[in-house]
Structure formats: structure tokens, C-alpha cells
Design a protein around this ligand. Structure first.
Ligand code: APR
Length: 266
């Protein structure tokens, strides 16, 4: 690691080791090393040819809306089911695993840890993270459009599009992914948990997010305003980079294991 980066990694590890209350926000970037594409990258090299065409035709953000689902539930549910299968096939990477280890160490020493994620892939939970707040819901669970009942579809591609909801006899009752679409409100409980964490943490880490989508991008600034030290891990600069105590230009899978090791060894 370059000297400047090494200094930032060491300083961040020192602040995290001294912290009693840590909050973390993650975005699509922490799952990039698990093979899952991010939202604002230009191409999607990991897509099969038929989905490449679909991806080229549609900006994902035009599919992730209630309007798109109402207009074309077949297309939207096919796209989400394809992404769901991709998430189930992906494995947590070193960045996910390092965060789970950080949480275990802090909780064992009676500290408090909150992981806020914008990701819907549940790789944090599969890596062993416990206190995870899914700000944008999850693609692994789907819910009935009529009664709201949730179901976890089998870990194989769906065969019916749009999928009918098994809980309601009404043929218009469909299953939709339990994610927060553009224009929809984040779950109240998630917002409260995120705000409480930002208010009370000693250190707030922002990892693998372009920090362009609100309210998620505001929590690190709320934490800073409350006196928390702030760390960013992202290979690219973001709008919040200049306001971080330490902005580490690295991949999450490289920087996080190093930080956790330095927290352990001093
Ligand atoms: N490690 C860390 N960061 C990475 C890595 C990596 N290996 N690879 C890419 N990144 C960074 C990119 O530089 C980018 O800044 O991850 C960020 C991903 O940004 P986005 O694609 O905008 O994803 P995210 O910030 O999670 O988007 C927020 O927008 O589309 C909505 O609901 C969707 O939750 C998503 C929200």
C-alpha cells in the first residue's frame, strides 16, 4: 500500500480499536468482489448475452420503480429474479468477512455495532454479520402485492412471470421483491436504527458507496456532526471524500482485512 494510504489505514484502525460504538454503511461496492455488479458502473461484464441486451436497453434505475412494475410486471420480475439468482450464487468476500469479525470483537468487549447496508444481496448476513439494517430491503424475500405477506422463493429460477402470490386467491395478487424502489419510503424501523447509530457512534465507516443516494448518504455526515470520526473506503473519490477524517482509496476486500488485522495487532 502507498505510504499515504498506509497511514490512513493505520489511523483508521487506531480510531476503530479505541471506539466503543461503531456504525458502518455499505453499498454495492463491497459486493463487487463477490461478482455482483454495482449500479453506476458503465458496463455489466458479468451478464449473460440476453441480459446484456436487456441491461443495455434499460437503465436499472428505470426498472427499480413501482411505475415500471405496474407497467410491465413480467419484465421487472424477470430482471429481479435474475439478480436474485445471481445474489444466491455469489459468495461473501474478504470485505464482508472482515466486517463480521470486527462486529464479533466489538460485541465481545461490550461495544455496540450497527451495519447499515444499501445492498439487497444478504451477503453480510451470510458472512456472519448480525446487527444488519437493510435500508433498501432485500431481493431474497418477495412479498404479496395484495396482502403484503412475505415469502422466500426457492433458490432456483422462478418459472412463472409475473409470479402469482400463493397467499391470496385473487389472480391479481402478485409477488414483488421486498426491496425499496425509487420513489418508495425506506422502512421506518430502518431509518430509526440508522439515525440512532449515526447519533451515537464514535466511528462511522462508509464503504463501497457512491454516496449519491439519500437518505443513506446523509448518515455519515450526521455522525460527523455528532463528533464521530469518519472513514471512507472506495477506490474512487465520492462527494463525501473531502469531509472524511480518512478516505482510503482501496477496494473493500483489501483495506478491511488489513484494518481488522491492525485493530488486533496494534
Ligand atoms: N470496494 C469498495 N468500493 C468499490 C469497489 C470495491 N471493490 N468496487 C467499486 N466500488 C465503489 C465504486 O467506486 C462506487 O463508488 O462502490 C461504489 C458503488 O456505487 P453505486 O454503484 O452507486 O452503488 P451504491 O452506492 O450502493 O448505490 C446506492 O442506489 O441504485 C440505488 O438502491 C440502489 O442501493 C443502491 C443505491
Amino acid at each position: 500500500m502507498l505510504n499515504a494510504m498506509h497511514h490512513a489505514v493505520q489511523a483508521a484502525a487506531n480510531a476503530l480499536r479505541a471506539a466503543r460504538r461503531i456504525a458502518v454503511l455499505t453499498g454495492a461496492g463491497i459486493s463487487a468482489e463477490s461478482g455482483l455488479r454495482t449500479f453506476r458502473s458503465a458496463a455489466a461484464p458479468d451478464l449473460p448475452p440476453d441480459m446484456q441486451a436487456l441491461w443495455k436497453e434499460f437503465d436499472p434505475q428505470t426498472l427499480a420503480t413501482p411505475e415500471a412494475f405496474a407497467a410491465n410486471p413480467d419484465l421487472v420480475t424477470r430482471w429481479y429474479d435474475w439478480r436474485r439468482i445471481g445474489c444466491l450464487a455469489a459468495e461473501p468476500n474478504a470485505g464482508h468477512l472482515a466486517l463480521a469479525e470486527l462486529e464479533r470483537g466489538l460485541v465481545q468487549s461490550d461495544g455496540s455495532y450497527t451495519l447499515l447496508t444499501q445492498n439487497v444481496d444478504r451477503l453480510h448476513q451470510r458472512a456472519g454479520s448480525r446487527n444488519v439494517v437493510e435500508l433498501h430491503g432485500t431481493i431474497i424475500v418477495w412479498r404479496c402485492t395484495r396482502c403484503g405477506e412475505e415469502t422466500e422463493p426457492a433458490p432456483e429460477p422462478m418459472t412463472e412471470f409475473p409470479p402469482r402470490a400463493p397467499c391470496c386467491r385473487d389472480p391479481r395478487a402478485l409477488l414483488r421483491p421486498d426491496v425499496v424502489w425509487f420513489g418508495e419510503a425506506l422502512p421506518d424501523c430502518a431509518l430509526r436504527a440508522a439515525s440512532d447509530a449515526a447519533e451515537s457512534c464514535d466511528v462511522f465507516m462508509s464503504i463501497g458507496t457512491s454516496s449519491m443516494v439519500y437518505p443513506a448518504a446523509a448518515f455519515v455526515l450526521q455522525a460527523a456532526a455528532n463528533g464521530a470520526r469518519t472513514v471512507e473506503i472506495n477506490p474512487d473519490p465520492t462527494p463525501i471524500s473531502p469531509r472524511m477524517d480518512w478516505s482510503i482509496r482501496a477496494k473493500a476486500g483489501d483495506a478491511l482485512p488489513r484494518i481488522v488485522e491492525l485493530m488486533r495487532t496494534g
